[in-house]
Design a protein around this ligand. Sequence first.
Ligand SMILES: [Zn+2]
Length: 71
Amino acid sequence: MNAGNQGGNQGGNQGGNPGSQMNPGDEAAPGTPGTGEDLCPQCSGKGKLGDGTPCPNCGGTGKIVEGIGGG
Ligand SMILES: [Zn+2]
């Protein structure tokens, strides 16, 4: 019986993709099932803070990735 060897290798390691970096405000990598883009709550989707500095939460994109629904 080798039934114990399933599912241990999912989702933990998605690195090395230039252009798909996660930002501090992201809950998951872009394209992750069950997640979607939403406006960054820190900068209201502007990508900048009130003083004009790039928003660190979304990396200046104005959008973050967060889980949909959840539970
Ligand atoms: Zn932001």
